[in-house]
Design a protein around this ligand. Structure first.
Ligand SMILES: NC(=O)C1=CN([C@@H]2O[C@H](COP(=O)(O)OP(=O)(O)OC[C@H]3O[C@@H](n4cnc5c(N)ncnc54)[C@H](O)[C@@H]3O)[C@@H](O)[C@H]2O)C=CC1
Ligand SMILES: O=C(O)CCC(=O)C(=O)O
Length: 455
Protein backbone atom coordinates (compact mmCIF):
# COMPACT_ATOMS: atom_id res chain seq x y z
CA UNK A 1 0.00 0.00 0.00
CA UNK A 2 1.29 3.43 -0.82
CA UNK A 3 0.40 5.50 2.18
CA UNK A 4 0.68 8.71 0.27
CA UNK A 5 -2.03 7.89 -2.16
CA UNK A 6 -4.33 5.03 -1.27
CA UNK A 7 -7.77 5.67 0.19
CA UNK A 8 -8.70 2.04 -0.32
CA UNK A 9 -7.53 0.52 2.91
CA UNK A 10 -10.21 -0.25 5.49
CA UNK A 11 -11.50 2.71 7.49
CA UNK A 12 -9.41 2.72 10.60
CA UNK A 13 -10.08 5.01 13.52
CA UNK A 14 -8.50 4.57 16.88
CA UNK A 15 -10.85 4.53 19.80
CA UNK A 16 -11.21 7.92 21.40
CA UNK A 17 -9.58 6.82 24.61
CA UNK A 18 -6.46 5.50 22.93
CA UNK A 19 -6.23 8.66 20.85
CA UNK A 20 -6.49 10.85 23.90
CA UNK A 21 -3.90 8.80 25.74
CA UNK A 22 -1.24 8.93 23.10
CA UNK A 23 -1.57 11.81 20.70
CA UNK A 24 0.50 14.91 21.38
CA UNK A 25 -1.36 16.73 18.65
CA UNK A 26 -4.77 16.03 20.06
CA UNK A 27 -6.44 19.24 21.07
CA UNK A 28 -9.98 20.45 21.45
CA UNK A 29 -11.30 22.79 18.81
CA UNK A 30 -12.62 26.20 19.82
CA UNK A 31 -16.11 24.70 19.91
CA UNK A 32 -14.93 22.01 22.34
CA UNK A 33 -15.33 19.18 19.81
CA UNK A 34 -12.63 16.51 19.74
CA UNK A 35 -10.65 16.44 16.48
CA UNK A 36 -10.95 13.24 14.51
CA UNK A 37 -7.69 11.46 13.60
CA UNK A 38 -7.74 11.25 9.82
CA UNK A 39 -6.21 8.06 8.52
CA UNK A 40 -6.62 6.02 5.38
CA UNK A 41 -3.82 3.80 6.67
CA UNK A 42 -2.84 1.87 9.74
CA UNK A 43 -0.36 3.76 11.90
CA UNK A 44 2.03 0.83 11.87
CA UNK A 45 2.22 1.06 8.07
CA UNK A 46 3.79 4.50 8.25
CA UNK A 47 7.56 4.05 7.99
CA UNK A 48 9.81 6.72 9.37
CA UNK A 49 13.60 6.87 9.13
CA UNK A 50 15.35 9.24 11.51
CA UNK A 51 19.05 9.96 11.01
CA UNK A 52 21.67 11.93 12.96
CA UNK A 53 20.47 11.15 16.47
CA UNK A 54 17.18 13.02 16.47
CA UNK A 55 16.23 13.90 20.03
CA UNK A 56 14.23 11.44 22.12
CA UNK A 57 11.38 13.93 22.62
CA UNK A 58 10.76 13.92 18.87
CA UNK A 59 11.12 10.15 18.61
CA UNK A 60 8.59 9.68 21.43
CA UNK A 61 5.98 11.75 19.58
CA UNK A 62 6.37 9.68 16.43
CA UNK A 63 6.37 6.38 18.35
CA UNK A 64 3.31 7.64 20.23
CA UNK A 65 1.43 7.75 16.94
CA UNK A 66 2.13 4.07 16.43
CA UNK A 67 4.33 4.68 13.37
CA UNK A 68 7.25 2.36 12.56
CA UNK A 69 10.27 4.42 13.52
CA UNK A 70 13.88 3.50 12.78
CA UNK A 71 16.35 5.90 14.38
CA UNK A 72 20.06 5.90 13.55
CA UNK A 73 22.74 7.87 15.36
CA UNK A 74 24.63 9.10 12.31
CA UNK A 75 24.00 10.17 8.76
CA UNK A 76 24.37 7.70 5.85
CA UNK A 77 26.55 7.80 2.74
CA UNK A 78 24.55 8.42 -0.43
CA UNK A 79 24.36 4.83 -1.68
CA UNK A 80 23.17 3.47 1.67
CA UNK A 81 20.73 6.34 1.96
CA UNK A 82 19.27 5.54 -1.45
CA UNK A 83 18.67 1.94 -0.35
CA UNK A 84 17.10 2.96 2.97
CA UNK A 85 14.93 5.79 1.68
CA UNK A 86 13.22 3.58 -0.93
CA UNK A 87 10.31 2.49 1.20
CA UNK A 88 9.95 5.20 3.86
CA UNK A 89 7.10 7.70 3.98
CA UNK A 90 8.85 10.16 6.26
CA UNK A 91 12.52 10.97 6.78
CA UNK A 92 13.98 13.06 9.59
CA UNK A 93 17.48 14.49 9.25
CA UNK A 94 19.74 17.19 10.68
CA UNK A 95 22.38 19.21 8.86
CA UNK A 96 24.61 16.45 7.50
CA UNK A 97 22.32 14.25 5.43
CA UNK A 98 22.26 15.40 1.84
CA UNK A 99 18.86 14.84 0.27
CA UNK A 100 19.88 15.48 -3.32
CA UNK A 101 17.61 14.99 -6.33
CA UNK A 102 19.38 11.65 -6.90
CA UNK A 103 18.48 10.46 -3.40
CA UNK A 104 14.93 11.83 -3.56
CA UNK A 105 14.34 10.20 -6.94
CA UNK A 106 14.71 6.83 -5.19
CA UNK A 107 12.22 7.77 -2.46
CA UNK A 108 9.06 6.55 -4.15
CA UNK A 109 6.86 6.61 -1.04
CA UNK A 110 8.25 9.73 0.60
CA UNK A 111 5.68 12.43 1.38
CA UNK A 112 7.48 14.58 3.93
CA UNK A 113 10.95 15.50 5.18
CA UNK A 114 11.63 16.84 8.68
CA UNK A 115 14.85 18.85 9.08
CA UNK A 116 15.44 18.73 12.82
CA UNK A 117 17.51 21.95 12.55
CA UNK A 118 17.30 25.47 11.08
CA UNK A 119 19.25 25.09 7.85
CA UNK A 120 17.57 23.38 4.89
CA UNK A 121 20.42 23.82 2.40
CA UNK A 122 21.09 20.06 2.62
CA UNK A 123 17.78 19.30 0.86
CA UNK A 124 16.97 19.92 -2.80
CA UNK A 125 13.85 21.89 -1.85
CA UNK A 126 12.70 22.58 -5.38
CA UNK A 127 12.98 18.97 -6.48
CA UNK A 128 11.12 17.91 -3.35
CA UNK A 129 8.30 20.40 -3.97
CA UNK A 130 7.93 19.42 -7.60
CA UNK A 131 7.47 15.81 -6.47
CA UNK A 132 4.95 16.73 -3.78
CA UNK A 133 7.36 16.15 -0.90
CA UNK A 134 6.81 18.70 1.84
CA UNK A 135 9.78 19.91 3.92
CA UNK A 136 9.62 21.22 7.49
CA UNK A 137 12.34 22.63 9.73
CA UNK A 138 12.57 24.29 13.10
CA UNK A 139 13.19 27.94 12.33
CA UNK A 140 14.36 29.21 15.71
CA UNK A 141 14.44 26.51 18.41
CA UNK A 142 18.25 26.49 18.49
CA UNK A 143 18.89 30.20 17.79
CA UNK A 144 19.49 31.06 21.43
CA UNK A 145 21.97 28.18 21.80
CA UNK A 146 24.00 29.43 18.83
CA UNK A 147 23.93 33.01 20.14
CA UNK A 148 25.15 31.88 23.58
CA UNK A 149 27.96 29.82 22.01
CA UNK A 150 29.11 32.89 20.09
CA UNK A 151 29.08 35.02 23.25
CA UNK A 152 31.29 32.39 24.90
CA UNK A 153 33.62 32.47 21.90
CA UNK A 154 33.90 36.27 21.84
CA UNK A 155 35.17 36.29 25.43
CA UNK A 156 37.33 33.20 24.91
CA UNK A 157 39.03 34.74 21.86
CA UNK A 158 39.53 38.11 23.53
CA UNK A 159 41.22 36.39 26.50
CA UNK A 160 42.95 33.57 24.53
CA UNK A 161 41.21 31.09 26.82
CA UNK A 162 41.59 28.14 24.44
CA UNK A 163 45.37 28.52 24.33
CA UNK A 164 45.76 29.06 28.09
CA UNK A 165 43.63 26.01 28.82
CA UNK A 166 45.55 23.84 26.32
CA UNK A 167 48.85 24.97 27.88
CA UNK A 168 47.66 24.12 31.39
CA UNK A 169 46.58 20.68 30.15
CA UNK A 170 50.21 20.25 29.09
CA UNK A 171 51.46 21.44 32.49
CA UNK A 172 52.49 24.92 31.26
CA UNK A 173 51.81 27.98 33.44
CA UNK A 174 51.74 30.99 31.08
CA UNK A 175 50.30 34.05 32.85
CA UNK A 176 50.05 36.80 30.18
CA UNK A 177 48.00 39.93 29.57
CA UNK A 178 49.53 41.06 26.27
CA UNK A 179 46.84 41.20 23.57
CA UNK A 180 44.16 40.01 26.00
CA UNK A 181 41.18 42.33 26.15
CA UNK A 182 37.89 43.08 27.81
CA UNK A 183 34.96 42.95 25.42
CA UNK A 184 33.27 45.99 26.99
CA UNK A 185 33.35 48.91 24.53
CA UNK A 186 34.45 46.74 21.60
CA UNK A 187 32.44 46.59 18.40
CA UNK A 188 30.69 43.44 17.30
CA UNK A 189 29.84 43.21 13.59
CA UNK A 190 27.04 40.77 12.81
CA UNK A 191 26.62 39.57 9.23
CA UNK A 192 23.03 38.34 8.84
CA UNK A 193 20.65 39.88 11.36
CA UNK A 194 18.01 37.14 11.46
CA UNK A 195 16.93 34.99 14.37
CA UNK A 196 20.45 34.25 15.59
CA UNK A 197 22.07 37.56 14.68
CA UNK A 198 19.42 39.65 16.44
CA UNK A 199 19.44 37.43 19.55
CA UNK A 200 23.21 37.74 19.70
CA UNK A 201 22.91 41.50 19.33
CA UNK A 202 20.89 41.75 22.56
CA UNK A 203 23.31 39.55 24.50
CA UNK A 204 26.38 41.42 23.23
CA UNK A 205 24.95 44.84 24.14
CA UNK A 206 24.24 43.61 27.64
CA UNK A 207 28.00 42.96 27.97
CA UNK A 208 28.72 46.57 26.97
CA UNK A 209 29.62 45.92 23.32
CA UNK A 210 28.65 48.25 20.47
CA UNK A 211 26.77 46.32 17.82
CA UNK A 212 26.62 46.95 14.09
CA UNK A 213 25.12 44.63 11.53
CA UNK A 214 24.98 44.06 7.80
CA UNK A 215 22.03 42.33 6.14
CA UNK A 216 20.67 42.25 2.60
CA UNK A 217 17.29 43.20 4.07
CA UNK A 218 16.55 46.47 5.87
CA UNK A 219 15.91 45.48 9.48
CA UNK A 220 15.17 47.27 12.72
CA UNK A 221 18.06 47.02 15.17
CA UNK A 222 17.54 45.67 18.67
CA UNK A 223 18.51 48.12 21.42
CA UNK A 224 21.19 50.49 20.09
CA UNK A 225 22.42 48.20 17.30
CA UNK A 226 22.90 49.96 13.94
CA UNK A 227 22.62 48.57 10.45
CA UNK A 228 25.50 49.51 8.16
CA UNK A 229 25.01 49.83 4.39
CA UNK A 230 27.88 47.65 3.18
CA UNK A 231 29.74 44.57 4.24
CA UNK A 232 33.04 46.40 3.78
CA UNK A 233 31.93 49.09 6.24
CA UNK A 234 31.12 46.45 8.83
CA UNK A 235 34.44 44.68 8.28
CA UNK A 236 36.43 47.90 8.55
CA UNK A 237 34.72 48.92 11.81
CA UNK A 238 34.22 45.78 13.87
CA UNK A 239 36.64 44.27 16.38
CA UNK A 240 34.73 40.98 16.21
CA UNK A 241 33.00 39.81 13.03
CA UNK A 242 30.48 36.97 13.20
CA UNK A 243 28.59 35.29 10.35
CA UNK A 244 24.91 34.25 10.62
CA UNK A 245 23.77 33.94 7.03
CA UNK A 246 22.24 30.91 5.29
CA UNK A 247 24.14 28.87 2.74
CA UNK A 248 23.29 30.41 -0.62
CA UNK A 249 25.21 30.92 -3.86
CA UNK A 250 25.64 34.59 -2.75
CA UNK A 251 27.08 33.65 0.65
CA UNK A 252 29.70 31.27 -0.76
CA UNK A 253 33.14 32.55 0.39
CA UNK A 254 31.44 35.68 1.71
CA UNK A 255 34.58 36.10 3.80
CA UNK A 256 37.63 35.61 1.62
CA UNK A 257 40.97 37.35 1.01
CA UNK A 258 39.58 40.82 0.22
CA UNK A 259 37.22 40.79 3.21
CA UNK A 260 39.95 39.59 5.58
CA UNK A 261 42.21 42.38 4.31
CA UNK A 262 39.41 44.89 4.95
CA UNK A 263 39.05 43.77 8.58
CA UNK A 264 40.86 45.68 11.33
CA UNK A 265 44.39 44.65 12.30
CA UNK A 266 44.17 42.19 15.20
CA UNK A 267 40.43 41.62 14.88
CA UNK A 268 38.56 38.33 15.33
CA UNK A 269 36.34 36.20 13.08
CA UNK A 270 33.59 33.76 14.10
CA UNK A 271 31.65 31.44 11.81
CA UNK A 272 28.82 29.30 13.15
CA UNK A 273 26.67 29.50 10.02
CA UNK A 274 27.79 27.18 7.21
CA UNK A 275 31.25 26.01 6.18
CA UNK A 276 30.92 27.45 2.69
CA UNK A 277 30.66 31.03 4.04
CA UNK A 278 34.34 31.45 5.00
CA UNK A 279 37.26 30.72 2.67
CA UNK A 280 39.34 28.78 5.18
CA UNK A 281 42.69 28.76 3.33
CA UNK A 282 42.41 32.58 3.15
CA UNK A 283 41.69 32.67 6.90
CA UNK A 284 44.73 30.49 7.61
CA UNK A 285 46.86 33.01 5.69
CA UNK A 286 45.38 35.98 7.57
CA UNK A 287 45.93 34.32 10.94
CA UNK A 288 49.53 33.46 10.11
CA UNK A 289 50.31 37.12 9.37
CA UNK A 290 48.59 38.24 12.59
CA UNK A 291 46.01 40.29 10.71
CA UNK A 292 43.34 38.13 12.35
CA UNK A 293 44.16 37.68 16.04
CA UNK A 294 41.80 34.79 16.61
CA UNK A 295 38.92 32.88 15.12
CA UNK A 296 36.22 30.40 16.07
CA UNK A 297 34.84 27.92 13.56
CA UNK A 298 31.90 25.61 14.21
CA UNK A 299 31.16 24.61 10.62
CA UNK A 300 33.27 23.31 7.72
CA UNK A 301 32.85 22.67 3.99
CA UNK A 302 33.08 18.90 4.65
CA UNK A 303 31.83 17.46 7.92
CA UNK A 304 31.88 13.78 8.90
CA UNK A 305 28.66 11.75 9.10
CA UNK A 306 29.24 10.77 12.72
CA UNK A 307 31.60 11.21 15.66
CA UNK A 308 35.20 9.98 15.51
CA UNK A 309 38.76 11.10 14.71
CA UNK A 310 37.89 12.43 11.27
CA UNK A 311 39.09 16.04 11.43
CA UNK A 312 42.14 15.65 9.22
CA UNK A 313 43.34 16.41 5.70
CA UNK A 314 41.28 13.57 4.24
CA UNK A 315 38.15 15.45 5.27
CA UNK A 316 39.34 18.95 4.33
CA UNK A 317 42.77 19.40 2.73
CA UNK A 318 43.77 22.22 5.11
CA UNK A 319 42.56 20.63 8.38
CA UNK A 320 46.04 20.02 9.78
CA UNK A 321 47.14 23.61 9.01
CA UNK A 322 44.11 24.82 10.95
CA UNK A 323 44.87 22.60 13.90
CA UNK A 324 48.32 24.19 14.19
CA UNK A 325 47.06 27.77 14.63
CA UNK A 326 47.02 29.71 17.90
CA UNK A 327 43.89 31.30 19.36
CA UNK A 328 41.65 29.32 17.06
CA UNK A 329 38.61 27.64 18.60
CA UNK A 330 37.44 24.64 16.60
CA UNK A 331 34.12 23.03 17.49
CA UNK A 332 32.31 20.14 15.76
CA UNK A 333 29.13 21.92 14.58
CA UNK A 334 27.68 22.19 18.08
CA UNK A 335 26.05 25.63 17.78
CA UNK A 336 22.58 24.17 18.26
CA UNK A 337 23.66 21.23 20.40
CA UNK A 338 22.08 21.85 23.77
CA UNK A 339 19.51 19.76 25.61
CA UNK A 340 17.05 22.67 25.45
CA UNK A 341 17.41 23.25 21.72
CA UNK A 342 17.39 19.60 20.74
CA UNK A 343 14.28 18.69 22.69
CA UNK A 344 12.44 21.82 21.47
CA UNK A 345 13.41 20.99 17.87
CA UNK A 346 12.43 17.35 18.37
CA UNK A 347 8.95 18.32 19.54
CA UNK A 348 8.40 21.07 16.98
CA UNK A 349 9.44 19.08 13.92
CA UNK A 350 7.84 15.80 15.03
CA UNK A 351 4.52 17.59 15.62
CA UNK A 352 4.72 19.21 12.19
CA UNK A 353 5.33 15.77 10.66
CA UNK A 354 2.38 14.26 12.52
CA UNK A 355 0.08 17.12 11.46
CA UNK A 356 1.18 16.68 7.87
CA UNK A 357 0.84 12.90 7.78
CA UNK A 358 -2.44 12.81 9.67
CA UNK A 359 -4.14 16.03 8.56
CA UNK A 360 -2.24 17.32 5.53
CA UNK A 361 -1.51 20.68 7.20
CA UNK A 362 1.48 22.47 5.62
CA UNK A 363 1.77 25.46 7.95
CA UNK A 364 5.49 26.07 8.55
CA UNK A 365 6.60 24.18 5.42
CA UNK A 366 9.65 25.68 3.73
CA UNK A 367 8.95 24.55 0.17
CA UNK A 368 5.16 24.29 -0.13
CA UNK A 369 2.31 26.76 0.08
CA UNK A 370 1.03 26.98 3.65
CA UNK A 371 -2.45 25.49 3.81
CA UNK A 372 -4.59 24.49 6.78
CA UNK A 373 -8.23 23.84 7.52
CA UNK A 374 -9.61 23.42 11.01
CA UNK A 375 -9.48 19.80 12.14
CA UNK A 376 -12.41 17.56 11.32
CA UNK A 377 -14.08 16.47 14.53
CA UNK A 378 -15.60 13.29 15.87
CA UNK A 379 -18.96 14.99 15.26
CA UNK A 380 -18.28 14.74 11.51
CA UNK A 381 -17.79 10.99 11.05
CA UNK A 382 -18.49 10.81 7.33
CA UNK A 383 -16.30 13.67 6.22
CA UNK A 384 -13.23 13.21 4.08
CA UNK A 385 -10.31 15.54 3.51
CA UNK A 386 -9.03 15.75 -0.04
CA UNK A 387 -5.45 16.86 -0.57
CA UNK A 388 -4.38 17.47 -4.10
CA UNK A 389 -0.85 18.66 -4.84
CA UNK A 390 -0.61 19.70 -8.44
CA UNK A 391 1.29 21.71 -11.00
CA UNK A 392 0.43 25.37 -10.75
CA UNK A 393 -1.04 25.84 -14.23
CA UNK A 394 -4.34 27.39 -15.36
CA UNK A 395 -7.50 25.30 -15.37
CA UNK A 396 -6.67 22.72 -12.69
CA UNK A 397 -8.97 24.12 -10.01
CA UNK A 398 -11.90 24.08 -12.43
CA UNK A 399 -11.29 20.40 -13.18
CA UNK A 400 -10.84 19.53 -9.50
CA UNK A 401 -14.05 21.31 -8.60
CA UNK A 402 -15.88 19.46 -11.34
CA UNK A 403 -14.79 16.22 -9.65
CA UNK A 404 -15.73 17.47 -6.18
CA UNK A 405 -18.90 19.11 -7.54
CA UNK A 406 -21.27 16.23 -6.76
CA UNK A 407 -20.34 16.42 -3.10
CA UNK A 408 -20.92 18.96 -0.42
CA UNK A 409 -17.60 20.83 -0.08
CA UNK A 410 -17.72 22.11 3.49
CA UNK A 411 -14.55 24.12 3.25
CA UNK A 412 -11.66 24.45 0.85
CA UNK A 413 -8.32 26.22 0.66
CA UNK A 414 -5.80 26.41 -2.09
CA UNK A 415 -2.50 28.20 -2.45
CA UNK A 416 0.53 28.06 -4.69
CA UNK A 417 4.26 28.55 -4.40
CA UNK A 418 6.20 28.81 -7.61
CA UNK A 419 5.28 25.83 -9.80
CA UNK A 420 3.42 23.85 -7.17
CA UNK A 421 -0.09 24.32 -5.80
CA UNK A 422 -1.71 22.67 -2.79
CA UNK A 423 -5.44 22.22 -2.46
CA UNK A 424 -7.23 20.99 0.64
CA UNK A 425 -10.99 20.43 0.72
CA UNK A 426 -13.24 18.88 3.36
CA UNK A 427 -16.32 17.19 1.96
CA UNK A 428 -19.22 15.82 3.96
CA UNK A 429 -21.43 12.74 3.76
CA UNK A 430 -19.12 10.61 1.64
CA UNK A 431 -19.22 6.84 1.55
CA UNK A 432 -16.06 4.77 1.30
CA UNK A 433 -16.82 3.75 -2.27
CA UNK A 434 -17.15 7.42 -3.21
CA UNK A 435 -13.81 8.18 -1.62
CA UNK A 436 -12.18 5.59 -3.85
CA UNK A 437 -13.93 7.02 -6.91
CA UNK A 438 -12.86 10.57 -6.04
CA UNK A 439 -9.32 9.38 -5.59
CA UNK A 440 -9.25 7.70 -9.00
CA UNK A 441 -10.66 10.76 -10.75
CA UNK A 442 -8.19 13.14 -9.14
CA UNK A 443 -5.31 10.79 -9.90
CA UNK A 444 -6.27 10.83 -13.57
CA UNK A 445 -5.70 14.61 -13.91
CA UNK A 446 -2.48 15.16 -15.80
CA UNK A 447 -1.35 18.03 -13.54
CA UNK A 448 -1.56 15.81 -10.44
CA UNK A 449 1.59 15.47 -8.33
CA UNK A 450 0.16 13.68 -5.29
CA UNK A 451 -3.40 12.91 -4.24
CA UNK A 452 -4.21 11.98 -0.65
CA UNK A 453 -7.64 11.44 0.81
CA UNK A 454 -7.84 11.34 4.59
CA UNK A 455 -11.02 10.24 6.34
N1 LIG B 1 26.19 26.13 13.94
C1 LIG B 1 24.98 25.65 14.11
O1 LIG B 1 24.79 24.65 14.80
C2 LIG B 1 23.83 26.34 13.50
C3 LIG B 1 23.97 27.04 12.32
N2 LIG B 1 22.89 27.69 11.78
C4 LIG B 1 23.09 28.42 10.53
O2 LIG B 1 22.86 29.79 10.81
C5 LIG B 1 22.15 30.35 9.71
C6 LIG B 1 21.42 31.59 10.16
O3 LIG B 1 20.38 31.21 11.04
P1 LIG B 1 19.16 32.19 11.40
O4 LIG B 1 19.66 33.41 12.04
O5 LIG B 1 18.18 31.38 12.14
O6 LIG B 1 18.62 32.51 9.95
P2 LIG B 1 17.62 33.67 9.54
O7 LIG B 1 17.05 33.23 8.25
O8 LIG B 1 16.72 34.01 10.65
O9 LIG B 1 18.60 34.90 9.28
C7 LIG B 1 19.53 34.95 8.22
C8 LIG B 1 19.73 36.40 7.85
O10 LIG B 1 20.77 36.45 6.87
C9 LIG B 1 20.40 37.46 5.95
N3 LIG B 1 21.16 37.27 4.71
C10 LIG B 1 20.91 36.40 3.70
N4 LIG B 1 21.83 36.53 2.74
C11 LIG B 1 22.68 37.49 3.16
C12 LIG B 1 23.85 38.07 2.60
N5 LIG B 1 24.34 37.67 1.40
N6 LIG B 1 24.47 39.05 3.30
C13 LIG B 1 23.98 39.47 4.48
N7 LIG B 1 22.87 38.96 5.04
C14 LIG B 1 22.24 37.98 4.40
C15 LIG B 1 18.91 37.31 5.80
O11 LIG B 1 18.32 38.47 5.26
C16 LIG B 1 18.51 37.05 7.24
O12 LIG B 1 18.18 38.24 7.92
C17 LIG B 1 21.25 29.20 9.24
O13 LIG B 1 20.89 29.35 7.89
C18 LIG B 1 22.11 28.00 9.44
O14 LIG B 1 22.82 27.72 8.27
C19 LIG B 1 21.68 27.66 12.39
C20 LIG B 1 21.50 27.00 13.56
C21 LIG B 1 22.53 26.23 14.19
O1 LIG C 1 22.55 20.50 15.23
C1 LIG C 1 22.39 20.24 14.05
O2 LIG C 1 22.23 19.13 13.62
C2 LIG C 1 22.43 21.30 12.98
C3 LIG C 1 22.37 22.67 13.49
C4 LIG C 1 22.31 23.60 12.34
O3 LIG C 1 23.29 23.83 11.70
C5 LIG C 1 21.03 24.16 11.94
O4 LIG C 1 20.07 24.13 12.74
O5 LIG C 1 20.94 24.66 10.81
Amino acid sequence: MSMSTSPNDAFHHRSLSSVEGSSPTLRRTTTGAVPKQLKPFREQDVKILLLENVNQAGRDILHGQGYQVEALKSSLPEDQLIEKIKDVHVIGIRSKTKLTSRVLAAAKNLIVIGCFCIGTNQVDLQYAASHGICVFNSPFSNSRSVAELVIGEIISLARQLGDRSNEMHQGIWNKVSTKCWEVRGKTLGIIGYGHIGSQLSVLAESMGMDVIYYDVVNLMGMGNARQVPTLDQLLATADFVTCHVPELPETMDLISTHQLETMKQGSYLINASRGSVVDIPALIGAMRTGKIAGAALDVYPAEPAGNGDYFNNNLNSWAEDLRGLKNLILTPHIGGSTEEAQSAIGVEVAEALVRYVNEGVTVGAVNMPEVALRSLTMDEPNHARVIFIHQNVPGVLRRVNEILGDHNVDKQMSDSRRDVAYLMADISNVREVEVAQLYRELESLKERIITRILY
